[in-house]
Design a protein around this ligand. Structure first.
Ligand code: PRX
Length: 658
């Protein structure tokens, strides 16, 4: 409910607070924790690591290294600690929670439900770990996981972690080409996949995509295939492909976890940046687990009897941190959802909330906007009284969507946690903490303890007090990705070169007079479409790879549902006479280079790109035209051929007409 003197602030409802046993129940304790983490980071995080994680050997060392010396060596946390993350997520839970549901799975068809208790999950992970060892997997080796949202995807991740191997999950929407790039980059020896994925009543041909990806590849010795649908026939290559039910199910149900050093890599996750080549961010075992367990417990005010449901896909960082590692380390019941919010109908989420008694629900603004467009009737059909905390992630949430989530779904009683973070940050960095932080619709609010944000202007000077600039973080925290797989120089160049001594997030941000942070979106060449992060350079390199296209420039533009849409300006080769065919091939090229989730929303054929006399494409002009603001182009007189702008503006207007 809003306080009367500050209508922009939503205080936490007493019903959200009741029953909380959070370490941070109110704002004074938030300030106290934040200050303690700032003044004594080693003491604060060693204590959290001890409390939240089970160690084989307790760490005594906190942070080593800093953002100034990161070029020479990655930072480290808890360097002398030893653990296997699955002992925190599984073995430890057997002491008090053996029969508690660990994974609650809802399949593509409503009511197709599987539950795995902690005891059952532990057993499944041990079987899978033994099967992987039998297949020759050694600690430190890489495994690509290319699966849909089935419990076996989480089991595969945990089994890799258990044997000390490094998993790299690739989202099931990525194309064969994208999978091949990742297999090569991390040098994977095993791929784990499934026959088909199921989503919204459709089959996703995961195994067939792997077959194409691995054509002519020599590094992958084994493909382990989970059978989702026995009615589906897939090609099994003799000597390479093995069925999960033949290899894993009969394997032994006990497995001694391999001890790892805190700084050993737990996983590599590829994400898009401003070049055409995605980067494999490397997350550690000890620091990462501490960070995701801490943030998962605090942000959502986690309670023992919560039914916690995160709607993300396991192929993205949200699935790693807040479906698998955070919730399981905290002994929570974590719901895994195979389908989409609109299948079979637009009330699917709310139907699940009512059937499973979901208490904490975490989704993306795109889903909220999609569902809000259908009005409140589908929400009102269901009893949503179990809900206590509602989270959002992945993109800015506009105040209108925020209010709909708060009023229609939360019925004015739930806390909304707008969590800002990134693949690189491992877990939440700027977010409300459910029982404590008063909220403002559209603001990610305040930094987590351990996070010291700063806003920096174009000249690299820090902005003090209210203002707007580039969002940086000042001091290392345990969850930060340590490096880019195989390319530490790229890690340094991407995140630490722009502003020396600071981690640069790539986001723009405003800070208001209350110290609240408002993320304004990416300031680099990264697009955020429906919460999916994609590089404009990835689109451009896919486009110019086809013969018909001479040049291409891709920018984002505001999209009512997806947050951002993809706008491609394409210059055809002079010899190309089949424009319609070229457009079709352009769409197909993007699909086969990136994947089905990457789609150009608007494609405009242009006679040339606006370039300076030195040949640099002025993307600022293309952005303004795509945004529908051709009157705000600024000075175009420095262009080699200013007349091209007029032609592009006219073409863009024609394209926008229905
Ligand atoms: O631009 C920010 C946006 O998503 C980017 C990170 O994308 P990715 O690494 O794929 O991770 C997504 C899941 C954490 C950020 O640089 N972003 C993420 N959360 C928010 C957000 N923008 C505004 N508000 C958020 N809550």
């Amino acid at each position: 409910m809003s306080t009367s003197d500050r209508p922009d602030i939503f205080d936490v409802d007493d019903r959200v607070r009741a029953g909380s046993s959070s370490q941070i129940p109110d704002m004074p304790s938030y300030r106290e924790h934040w200050s303690r983490a700032e003044a004594d980071p080693d003491g604060y995080w060693l204590a959290q690591a001890k409390q939240r994680v089970r160690w084989r050997k307790q760490p005594t060392r906190g942070l080593e290294g800093d953002f100034w010396s990161i070029r020479e060596a990655p930072i480290s946390w808890f360097a002398d600690g030893e653990l296997n993350v699955t002992e925190s997520c599984l073995d430890r839970q057997l002491e008090r929670r053996a029969d508690k549901t660990a994974i609650l799975w809802e399949g593509d068809e409503p009511g197709d439900v599987r539950t795995l208790t902690y005891a059952q999950l532990h057993e499944q992970v041990c079987r899978c770990a033994n099967a992987l060892v039998e297949l020759g997997l050694k600690p430190g080796e890489r495994v690509i996981i290319y699966m849909g949202m089935v419990p076996e995807a989480a089991i595969a991740m945990l089994a890799c972690a258990r044997v000390g191997a490094v998993h790299s999950v690739v989202f099931g929407g990525f194309s064969a080409e994208a999978v091949r790039d990742r297999v090569r980059d991390c040098g994977a020896s095993i791929v784990i996949t499934q026959d088909v994925g199921k989503r919204g009543g459709k089959h996703i041909p995961l195994k067939a995509t792997i077959d194409t990806a691995l054509e002519g590849e020599r590094g992958v010795e084994t493909v382990l295939v989970y059978q989702r649908d026995p009615a589906v026939t897939v090609n099994m290559q003799a000597g390479r492909d093995v069925w999960w039910h033949e290899q894993v199910d009969p394997a032994s149900p006990t497995h001694e976890a391999a001890p790892r050093r805190a700084e050993d890599p737990l996983f590599v996750l590829y994400t898009s940046g401003s070049t055409g080549q995605p980067k494999g961010l490397v997350h550690s075992c000890g620091g990462y687990l501490t960070w995701v367990a801490y943030t998962h417990a605090l942000t959502f005010d986690l309670r023992e009897d919560d039914v916690y449901a995160c709607m993300a896909d396991i192929g993205w960082i949200t699935g790693h941190s807040y479906i698998v590692y955070g919730p399981l380390c905290n002994g929570a019941t974590s719901l895994m959802f195979e389908s989409i919010p609109t299948y079979p109908d637009v009330d699917r989420y709310w139907d699940m909330v009512a059937r499973h008694g979901i208490t904490v629900f975490y989704t993306a603004p795109t889903a909220i906007r999609t569902l809000a467009a259908h009005g409140e009737a589908p929400v009102r059909k269901h009893d949503l009284s179990s809900l206590r905390v509602l989270g959002t992630v992945g993109e800015p949430i506009d105040p209108v969507a925020w209010r709909w989530y708060y009023d229609a779904v939360g019925q004015g009683r739930c806390a909304i946690v707008d969590t800002w973070w990134q693949t690189e940050t491992g877990g939440h960095c700027i977010t409300p903490i459910a029982p404590a932080t008063p909220e403002k619709p559209g603001s990610a609010t305040l930094p987590m303890p351990g996070i010291i944000p700063s806003l920096v202007n174009d000249e690299g000077r820090e902005i003090v007090g209210p203002g707007q600039g580039r969002l940086c973080i000042e001091h290392p925290w345990p969850g930060l990705a340590r490096t880019v797989w195989g390319d530490h120089a790229r890690y340094v160049a991407t995140y630490f070169a722009m502003f020396a001594g600071r981690y640069f997030t790539g986001d723009g941000c405003r800070r208001d007079a209350d110290g609240y942070y408002w993320i304004t979106g990416r300031v680099d060449d990264v697009l955020n479409v429906s919460g999916h992060r994609m590089g404009t350079a990835e689109f451009e390199s896919a486009l110019i790879a086809i013969d018909d296209i001479a040049e291409a420039a891709v920018v984002g533009y505001p999209h009512a549902v997806k947050g951002q849409g993809v706008y491609a300006y394409v210059v055809l080769q002079p010899a190309c006479t089949d424009e319609a065919g070229a457009i079709q091939r352009a769409h197909a090229a993007v699909r086969s280079s990136i994947g089905a989730h990457a789609r150009i929303d608007r494609l405009q054929i242009v006679p040339g790109l606006p370039k300076t006399r030195s040949g640099k494409c002025m993307r600022r002009i293309l952005r303004k035209i795509a945004e529908g603001e051709p009157d705000k182009l600024g000075d175009v007189s420095t262009l080699a051929d200013p007349s091209v702008v007029e032609v592009i503006v006219r073409g863009a207007e024609a394209l926008r007409k229905p």
